[in-house]
Ligand binder design. Structure first.
Ligand SMILES: Cc1cc2nc3c(=O)[nH]c(=O)nc-3n(C[C@H](O)[C@H](O)[C@H](O)COP(=O)(O)OP(=O)(O)OC[C@H]3O[C@@H](n4cnc5c(N)ncnc54)[C@H](O)[C@@H]3O)c2cc1C
Length: 425
């Protein structure tokens, strides 16, 4: 049986940050398990820039950002087991992993950090009818083919879904000489960040068709075309308005799902909205000794937020393993007006560092708003935003001293409301 103070599952940006932070907070033996053959998670295939704008104050590419942290992990002498897949975790903090060198590998941890990232929705999850030819890819698979394997997925593409990866791939495929006929989005608004709508679609004259979907895929061996159709308010295709498009590949960018089979198996309580574990300020999940960070908790927009969550989880895990994490006495974070969810879900003031970030998404787009964090009538933090949109995560900082006089069990609510006209002026 292998033993470690802190075992981290997943060597993406979240897992690497957790490993470094666990070591910095006194965990002697830190073990990082990664099923791929390199560290970095999804980043090595994201060759566009825009990573690290908050933490590094520069626009790095994905591989550069990953390389920076992989080097620190190596310098810190953290034990990494690549090509090692974790199959099972248990409430007693034991794990089973497997690799080609050791076979089945039983491990006992003092604390576990879940950092398995997320995966893309596939064709069967969004239920597109039609035949089953080659040439239907998720955007991440197409990205891997082009950026890592050096292969093109086709010559004329249709993209379904306007998530960030889909829009980034629309630009990438155009740069590689494919014709991108258009991006089709079932919602009345884009699914990804505004900066990607501008930089990846508008700058390259790639049309974005809102309130449209693909209703059929045609072709036997290879995609020969797709049928697209506008949809009504309930997202039902409008009969008689179908249009056939000649293309040889369909790229899907229809959402990401946190990778939580292991978490569920260990009995960790999940948030049905984020589809990730319910966590507190240390990113501790409901099972004592299990922590979670990065996209396994919620799909973050920016890798910087992923790294920050990894740092908090790594610190919490190291303190837990050393018996130094104060017991939970949580205040519960509750989404109020126009707030879809808040991560973390709870805060124990005694565990909080000076400042805690609350990450949230709104339900509806709203212009000129104030985001207010309150406990009863007491305002704990508040900030103005020109515009808030569901695809763009908002972050509110709250100082720990504001939390200290609140009694355990108190609710903290976040409301997003339009700024009254008088105040707006
Ligand atoms: C295409 C794309 C473009 C992006 N563009 C930007 C951008 O421009 N700017 C920005 O800031 N952010 C961007 N992001 C977001 C950012 O890259 C991600 O939020 C971040 O990589 C998530 O990190 P993670 O560590 O949580 O997950 P991942 O990077 O997915 O890493 C998870 C790791 O866990 C491993 N794993 C999973 N299960 C197991 C298991 N059972 N056993 C062992 N290992 C396991 C996986 O192999 C993987 O290496 C982009 C993301 C994508 C996908």
């Amino acid at each position: 049986m292998k033993r470690a103070d802190v075992v981290i599952i997943g060597g993406g940006p979240a897992g690497m940050a957790a490993a470094l932070s666990a070591r910095a907070h006194g965990a002697e033996k830190v073990l990082l398990l990664e099923r791929d053959n390199t560290l970095g998670g999804i980043l090595p295939q994201c060759i566009h820039d825009g990573f690290g704008t908050l933490i590094m104050k520069e626009r790095l590419t994905g591989p550069e950002y990953a390389e920076h942290f992989a080097r620190l992990v190596q310098q810190d002498d953290i034990e990494c087991l690549p090509e090692t897949m974790v199959l099972e975790i248990n409430k007693d903090l034991s794990l089973t992993a497997v690799n080609a060198r050791d076979g089945m590998l039983p491990i006992q941890a003092g604390a576990i950090v879940l950092a398995m990232g997320c995966r893309e929705r596939t064709r069967s999850q969004i239920m597109i009818p039609g035949s089953r030819p080659a040439g239907v890819y998720t955007a991440g698979t197409a990205q891997r083919l082009v950026n890592i394997e050096g292969l093109l997925p086709g010559r004329r593409a249709v993209i379904l879904g306007s998530g960030d990866i889909g829009m980034i791939m629309a630009r990438r495929l155009t740069l590689e000489g494919l014709e991108v006929e258009g991006v089709y989005e079932i919602l009345p608004r884009p699914g990804g960040l505004t900066r990607n709508v501008v930089q990846c679609l508008e700058d390259y004259n790639i049309p974005l068709h809102l309130q449209h979907t693909v209703t059929a895929v045609h072709g036997r061996k290879r995609v020969e075309g797709v049928t697209v159709c506008p949809v009504d308010e309930q997202r039902n295709p409008l009969p008689g308005q179908e249009r056939y498009i000649d293309c040889d590949c369909l790229i899907l960018s229809a959402g990401l799902i946190p990778e939580n089979e292991l978490s569920e198996q260990a009995g960790v309580k999940m948030d049905p909205f984020t589809r990730g574990p319910i966590v507190d300020e240390s990113f501790a999940a409901s099972v004592p000794g299990i922590f979670a960070c990065g996209n396994v908790v919620t799909v973050y927009d920016l890798v910087d937020y992923v790294t920050q969550s990894g740092e908090a989880a790594g610190k919490g895990a190291a303190l837990f393993a050393r018996g130094k994490l104060p017991p939970p006495e949580p205040l519960t974070c509750r989404p109020g007006e126009n707030c879809a969810f808040i991560v973390p879900h709870a805060l124990t003031p005694e565990r909080c560092s000076e400042q805690v970030n609350l990450y949230l998404r709104v339900k509806e787009t709203m212009k000129s708003v104030r985001i207010t964090v309150k406990s009863g009538s007491q305002v704990l933090a508040s900030k103005r935003e020109k515009i808030v949109k569901p695809p763009e995560m908002a972050v509110v900082k709250i100082t720990a001293d504001k939390l200290r006089n609140l009694s355990p069990g108190t609710d903290i609510t976040i409301d997003i409301r339009p700024v009254p006209e008088k105040e707006a002026k």
